[in-house]
Write a protein that binds this ligand. Structure first.
Ligand code: M6R
Length: 367
């Protein structure tokens, strides 16, 4: 049932090109109006909304943070993101001009269900994005979109995360078109970037798997690690750190690289390496390079995600994880893959079972 893979996690990571393909589906091809989710979320509802509030936990929360960037950039929609467990205990100002979007692959996470109920009580519309038809979130929400990842068995969320991301890109484009806040050029361009993902990801695995495994071996020898990224890749740094701590038990924290100098840089020394997301298309690329230099001058070992063809970042770092050179807006889909693999191989090198990390369950149905 693992289809020749040693673990479900590796199988599920490898399924991502197909999952992206399935999630994009046929609905993004259009002649006049771009309306992929018109059945799930009617256009007049979108037009009546002035703000979005995301609620989610764990990896789904990281998808929501990326969703905020997408909603702002592609739909010009004000957005906030909350942990479900925090949203429900504060006086969240949501009402019928707010769309609360709950993201949960299982659709059964107790805190997210409670946040959805709270939002509804306050008069907000609730849209659930889940991977499970018939799940509680799917049934209770006013509107519901299903991601197309297929069943995920590994406790670590991998392919469900990428399918959430792809759904959020399409949803942001749809909302932007309903509100007429996106230009035809950006819409067409972003869709064309998305359509390239399955093929480029497919090519990625055979090319880079061994390099990632080798780097993971080196870093599995450390007890702590800092992940840093900026902009739309800051949530990817958080996700890389969560994956690593969850399955390898190496202590890892993600930071927006610009925050390092406000405290966390005090942690850096030869015992604390850094993983930097330094892909070339980012507007903050130069800034990340100087963040890497700061880490180097504290004698931290640095491994970085670097775009193929890059000539600058390569000279600064100890170890390189290459990723395809893609536009910044779609880079999270590519960048998360080596981080998932890095965590996977670190766990395997440490003889920890990546499919069944200690103290964790696949669905967290208690509050
Ligand atoms: O089913 P959900 O998406 O609501 O689950 C949320 C978190 O429990 C989940 O993402 C958790 O953080 C994963 N094990 C991370 O890999």
């Amino acid at each position: 049932e693992k289809g020749g893979f040693d673990h479900f996690m590796l199988k599920e990571i490898s399924e991502q090109p197909l999952v992206v393909q399935e999630t994009i589906g046929q609905r993004v091809f259009f002649e006049n109006e771009f309306e992929p989710y018109k059945e799930e979320l009617p256009k007049d509802i979108v037009r009546g909304i002035s703000r979005i509030c995301f609620v989610a936990c764990g990896t789904s929360y990281h998808a929501a943070l990326i969703g905020k960037f997408l909603m702002e950039y592609l739909a010009d929609m004000p957005c906030e993101v909350d942990y479900s467990s925090e949203f429900r205990y504060r006086n969240a100002a949501v009402n019928n001009s707010v769309l609360t979007i709950a993201i949960s692959q299982s659709g059964e996470t107790a805190d997210t269900l409670a946040a959805m109920r709270e939002a509804k009580k306050r008069g907000s519309y609730v849209l659930a994005i889940t991977n499970r038809l018939g799940s509680t979130a799917n049934r209770e929400a006013d509107f519901s979109i299903l991601t197309r990842a297929g069943l995920e068995i590994g406790v670590a969320a991998t392919k469900t995360f990428t399918s959430q991301l792809v759904t959020l890109y399409i949803l942001a484009l749809y909302m932007g078109s309903c509100k007429r806040s996106i230009s035809k050029k950006i819409l067409d361009e972003t869709l064309s970037y998305l359509l390239e993902v399955p093929k480029r990801l497919e090519e990625y695995f055979p090319k880079f798997l061994n390099d990632i495994e080798k780097s993971a071996k080196i870093y599995s020898g450390y007890k702590n690690m800092i992940f840093m990224g900026r902009g739309i890749n800051y949530p990817v740094a958080l996700e890389g750190a969560l994956k690593l701590k969850e399955i390898s038990y190496i202590h890892a924290e993600g930071y927006p690289a610009g925050e390092m100098k406000h405290g966390p840089i005090a942690l850096l020394d030869p015992t604390t390496p850094v993983l930097a997301i330094a892909t070339r298309s980012a507007v903050t690329y130069e800034k990340v390079l100087s963040n890497i230099e700061e880490a180097k001058s504290r004698r931290s070992r640095v491994v970085a995600l670097i775009s193929e063809g890059d000539k600058d970042a390569v000279n600064l770092v100890n170890d390189i994880l290459y990723v395809p050179d893609v536009p910044e807006i779609v880079s999270p889909i590519y960048n998360v893959v080596p981080l998932q693999l890095f965590a996977y191989y670190a766990a395997v090198w440490l003889s920890r079972d990546p499919d069944k990390p200690r103290n964790l369950a696949k669905s967290v149905t208690v509050e």
